[in-house]
Design a binder for this molecule. Structure first.
Ligand code: GAP
Length: 531
């Protein structure tokens, strides 16, 4: 029953997104292409607003984060260093009967293409053994199609941040702890794209790599690291925070961000990955999940990735990824010898573990780890990283799912009708205000409405509409999620008396209540409510 209602909600949402120009299937006139979606006029505005809000929160409004806009195609060695060439794959199964290709871990939830009443796991098609399928899209750089010219469309934006870490550090006057943020396209040749835009083959990510001191450096400087004492936001960043505090901080910051754009905490869940689910280099990873109609699914992952990524790029590029920390260098000689030894030993063990796992021979790993421990005593280390990584498309889908609503509203004859309304937060609504002249054949009304459109346009996205009955115009804006509609009527012109001259009605999408506002106050009135 609940499943049928969820399916119906998705069907209505998909239909609305198509009808109103939020989302279209890519290349639709040629039958579409599985896993690719285009954003129409309203969808493009929605995505811009989302990315703008993320950028403000994660970069502009902070002193300790700077931005980056890197290329999609990068040197292929990047993907060897990151591990994507070797391990970025899903287990795949082919069905010899229907010629379908499926993710081995999703056979029980994927309908059989020949008999959709059965799942692939239940059908009697002859299936191959699972084998890994690399999800990276390959391309050729330059005019010669050869193995050495193979490159990849990036499967995540994060690696460019690591590859440019030193350039950004040297040019931005930042010091660890600090972050680099990036928004951009990512590509994954998903075996089974599904759930509308949720799992696509081309999508956008918003990623922050926040670089922090290793705990041993914090301990050397401050005596000990501050660790979380309980759940909740730990407050403003403090210099003695270790990785656990920073990780908890970013989980809570990200949830606050979602609340600020209209996803209440009750729509979200935190999933703390179990030790056996973590990547070998990760110390913790929290998935922020949203309760989608098709199930509770990941919106964003916040991972404590240790110093794995920069260490990998140091080994593969041969370029040092260490930073010099003056505070550490000054603090180290003041530590008792036993403390120095203890911290160095711990750091050595961590580095040795990493190098050994990466396949370095035992004696080389020991030598390199010993060198790293000696460098620590001189104030050098490879920063650790906390990575909040979110998907733009998934977030747009979550917001649309949460915003979709139906209620009852009177039509022109006063009869109650079902109204479809997108209750999007004003910060992310594609159109902030619609401006209507009551009648389009009254030049004085039209002229005034156009003046109001031009007054507001430099400040917000305004939509002017003079077509059809006013009630229908309201309904169209309700479906688009427009929070306010302004109507210029005969009162505005002073035809019903001087007291309402140069005022307009502003109609609220959610309450459908109308308020009379002076044109002179209109911009400020709206800005206060759109912030
Ligand atoms: N750098 C880490 C990373 O890429 P991920 O969990 O693979 O981690 C991060 O991806 C986010 O990117 C996800 O939480 C999701 O929002 C989005 N994402 C990943 N694959 C996606 C896909 N196929 N379609 C849409 N969004 C996707």
């Amino acid at each position: 029953m609940a499943q049928a209602a969820s399916q119906q909600l998705m069907e209505k949402l998909v239909a609305l997104c198509k009808r109103r120009g939020f989302i279209f299937p890519s290349s639709e006139i040629y039958g579409g292409i599985n896993g690719f979606w285009d954003y129409g006029p309203l969808g493009a505005e929605l995505k811009r607003n989302l990315k703008e809000q993320w950028w403000l929160w994660m970069t502009r409004w902070r002193d300790d984060v700077v931005g980056l806009d890197a290329t999609i195609i990068m040197h292929p060695r990047i993907w060897e260093a990151s591990g994507h060439v070797a391990t970025f794959s899903d287990p795949m199964v082919d069905c010899k009967t229907c010629k379908g290709r499926f993710r081995a871990d999703q056979l029980h939830e994927t309908p059989c293409p020949r008999k959709p009443s059965k799942m692939v796991s239940e059908c009697d098609g002859e299936k191959t053994e699972p084998r890994p399928f690399n999800l990276m899209f390959k391309t050729i750089v330059g005019p010669i199609e050869s193995e050495e010219n193979v490159a990849y469309l990036r499967p995540e934006t994060a690696q460019a941040i690591f590859a440019q870490f030193k350039n950004v550090l040297e040019t931005s006057r930042q010091k660890v702890p600090f972050g680099i943020a990036q928004i951009g396209k990512a590509f994954r040749n998903e075996v089974t794209p599904r759930n509308y835009t949720f799992r696509s083959r081309e999508f956008e990510q918003m990623e922050l790599e926040f670089f922090i001191r290793p705990d041993e450096a914090v301990e050397a400087i401050y005596g000990e690291v501050a660790r979380p004492t309980g759940p909740g936001h730990p407050g403003s960043p403090q210099p003695n925070w270790g990785w656990q505090m920073w990780h908890q901080y970013w989980v809570e910051e990200r949830i606050r961000f979602y609340e600020s754009i209209g996803l209440p905490r009750t729509t979200l869940e935190e999933y703390w990955q179990k030790p056996e689910e973590l990547a070998h280099y990760a110390r913790a990873c929290v998935d922020i999940q949203f309760k989608f109609p098709f199930g509770t699914q990941e919106l964003e992952g916040i991972a404590a990735r240790s110093d794995f990524d920069l260490s990998q790029h140091q080994r593969y590029s041969g370029k040092p990824m260490t930073v010099f920390d003056e505070e550490l260098r000054a603090a180290w000689p003041k530590l008792p010898a036993s403390r120095q030894q203890e911290l160095q030993e711990r750091y050595y063990r961590h580095r040795l573990g990493y190098l050994t796992r990466m396949g370095e021979a035992a004696d080389k790993a020991e030598t390199l780890a010993r060198q790293d421990a000696e460098l620590l005593a001189k104030g050098y280390y490879i920063p650790h990283v906390i990575e909040p990584s979110a998907g733009v498309d998934r977030l747009a889908l979550a917001l649309l799912c949460h915003a979709y609503d139906e209620d009852q509203a009177p039509n022109e004859k006063g009869e109650l009708e079902t109204r479809v309304v997108l209750r999007l937060h004003p910060r992310i609504a594609p159109v902030k205000v619609a401006v209507f002249p009551l009648l389009k054949n009254r030049p004085a009304l039209v002229e005034k409405a156009l003046q109001i459109r031009d007054l507001l346009r430099p400040w917000m996205n305004v939509f002017y509409d003079d077509a059809g009955a006013i009630g229908r115009r309201y309904r169209r804006q309700d479906e688009a999620g427009t929070p306010f509609c302004v109507t210029v009527d005969f009162e505005t012109l002073g035809e019903k008396g001087p007291e309402l001259k140069d005022t307009v009605t502003v109609r609220d999408r959610d309450t459908m209540q109308q308020t009379r506002v002076a044109i002179a106050d209109l911009l400020g009135w709206l800005q206060e409510r759109l912030r």
